[in-house]
Design a protein around this ligand. Structure first.
Ligand SMILES: *Cc1c(COP(=O)(O)O)cnc(C)c1O
Ligand code: SF4
Length: 348
C-alpha cells in the first residue's frame, strides 16, 4: 500500500478499533485515535496486550491524567520568539518543527497532548525561521522533528532542504522519525524521497542523519528492515532512540534483542530515554534506580559502541543529562556495581 493510502485507510475511531480487534476499548479516552492498518495487523498478530499493543492502543490507564506535565521537557521555554517552528536550547543545534502530524499516536508520548492542535504553529511563516537561522551562525545542526517530519510531502521536504542548503554554517541535518517502523511504505512507496535524501547528503555540504524511534524488536519485520536498508544505501547515517518504559521494554533481554537487531541493520543505538512525566502516560513510568539497574546490566552484554546514552530530560527546559551518572541528577549517594548491587558511595 502506498503511504498516502495508509493515511486514508487508518483506523480513526474507537468503533473502528473495536471492530478491527474484536475487543472493547475505553470510550472516555481523552486522546485521539490514529492507527494505520498495516501496523494494526502487526499488533493483532502479537496480541493487544503485547508490548506492541500497549504502545499504540488506548487504555483505561490513560484516563488518569494526574501527575504528568503537558510540556514535560520544557521545550516552550526555548521556543524562538519570532517563530513557533524553532526551538533553540543548545547553542550549536536547533529543533525545526514543520508539522504536528504523526503516522500513529503513541500512547506514551507527550505530544499526544498537542497533536492535531490548531494553534497555528505549523502554518507559521517559514521566512521567520530562515531569518533566525541566518542570523545565528553558531547553529551547526538543524534537527527536523514534530510531529514526524516525514509526514510532510517529499516536495515540501525538498523545499525546506533547498533553503537550508543555502546556509553555509549548517553542517548537519538530522531527522527524528518513527516512520521506518510505523509506516515503512513512506520510503518503500516513494523513491523520490530516498533520492532527495541521497542527493542532499552527497551533493550539498550538509550531512544527513536519521534517528529512528524504536522501542521493541517486534516493531521490526521484513518491510521495516527493507526500509532501513534503503535508507542505509543512500549513505545516510542511521541512529536510534528508544524510550525505556514499564511493561514495554523494561528488561535487559528485551533491550538487548532490540539493540542487537539494530546494530545488525547498521543502525547505531544513540539514546535510551528515561520516560518523561507525561499526563495520561504515567503507567509507563519507572524509577531512575530501576532504569539504572537495567542499563548497568546492558553494559555487560554490549560493546561500548552499541550502547546508547541513557538520558533524562530535566523538567523545565534544562536539557538532557545522563541518567546513569548519579552525580548529574538527583544525587542519591548510591553507586550501582557491575553486578547490579547498590552500594553506598560513602562506605565507612
Ligand atoms: C534533544 C534535543 C536536541 C538534540 O540534542 P542531541 O543531544 O544533539 O541529540 C536539541 N534541542 C532540544 C530542545 C532537544 O530536546
Ligand atoms: S511518532 Fe513520535 S511524536 Fe508522534 S506520537 Fe509517536 S512518539 Fe510521539
Amino acid at each position: 500500500m502506498n503511504w498516502v493510502s495508509e493515511f486514508q485507510t487508518a483506523i480513526k475511531s474507537i468503533a473502528a478499533l473495536e471492530e478491527f480487534f474484536q475487543s472493547t476499548f475505553p470510550k472516555n479516552n481523552p486522546y485521539p485515535i490514529f492507527l494505520p492498518l498495516e501496523l494494526a495487523k502487526k499488533i493483532r498478530s502479537h496480541g493487544i496486550d503485547s508490548p506492541l499493543g500497549k504502545q499504540f492502543l488506548p487504555s483505561n490507564e490513560e484516563v488518569h491524567v494526574q501527575g504528568g506535565l503537558v510540556d514535560p521537557i520544557g521545550d516552550l521555554v526555548h521556543q524562538v520568539s519570532s517563530t513557533k517552528q524553532l526551538i533553540h536550547r543548545y547553542p550549536n543545534r536547533a529543533l525545526f518543527l514543520p508539522t504536528t502530524t504523526c503516522p500513529v499516536i503513541c500512547r506514551f508520548c507527550f505530544r499526544k497532548n498537542e497533536l492535531y492542535e490548531t494553534d497555528g504553529k505549523f502554518h507559521d511563516d517559514f521566512s521567520h525561521a530562515l531569518e533566525y537561522l541566518r542570523s545565528h551562525p553558531e547553529i551547526q545542526e538543524l534537527i527536523f522533528t514534530g510531529g514526524d517530519p516525514f509526514s510532510l510531502s517529499t516536495q515540501k521536504l525538498q523545499t525546506y532542504l533547498e533553503h537550508f542548503a543555502q546556509l553555509s554554517h549548517i553542517k548537519y541535518v538530522r531527522f527524528h522519525t518513527r516512520y521506518p517502523v510505523i509506516m515503512p511504505s513512506r520510503f518503500l512507496s516513494d523513491p523520490n524521497l530516498l533520492q532527495l535524501l541521497r542527493h542532499h547528503n552527497q551533493s550539498t555540504h550538509q550531512k544527513i542523519l536519521i534517528a529512528i524511534h524504536t522501542n521493541h524488536l517486534d516493531e521490526w519485520g521484513e518491510e521495516e528492515n527493507t526500509a532501513a536498508q534503503k535508507l542505509k544505501e543512500t549513505g545516510i547515517e542511521l541512529l536510534s532512540q528508544t524510550v525505556l518504559m514499564k511493561g514495554i521494554n523494561d528488561h535487559t533481554k528485551t533491550l538487548l534483542h532490540l539493540f542487537q537487531h539494530l546494530i545488525g541493520q547498521g543502525i547505531r543505538p544513540y539514546y535510551l530515554h528515561h520516560p518523561d512525566t507525561v499526563k495520561g502516560a504515567m503507567h509507563f513510568s519507572l524509577t531512575l534506580s530501576e532504569g539504572r539497574m537495567i542499563y548497568n546490566d546492558l553494559r555487560n552484554h554490549l560493546p561500548g559502541w552499541a550502547i546508547p546514552h541513557y538520558v533524562i530530560d530535566i523538567p523545565g527546559g534544562h536539557g538532557k543529562v545522563s541518567a546513569f551518572n548519579p552525580e548529574t541528577f538527583d544525587f542519591s549517594g548510591n553507586l550501582i556495581t557491575r553486578q547490579g548491587q547498590i552500594k553506598k558511595l560513602i562506605d565507612t
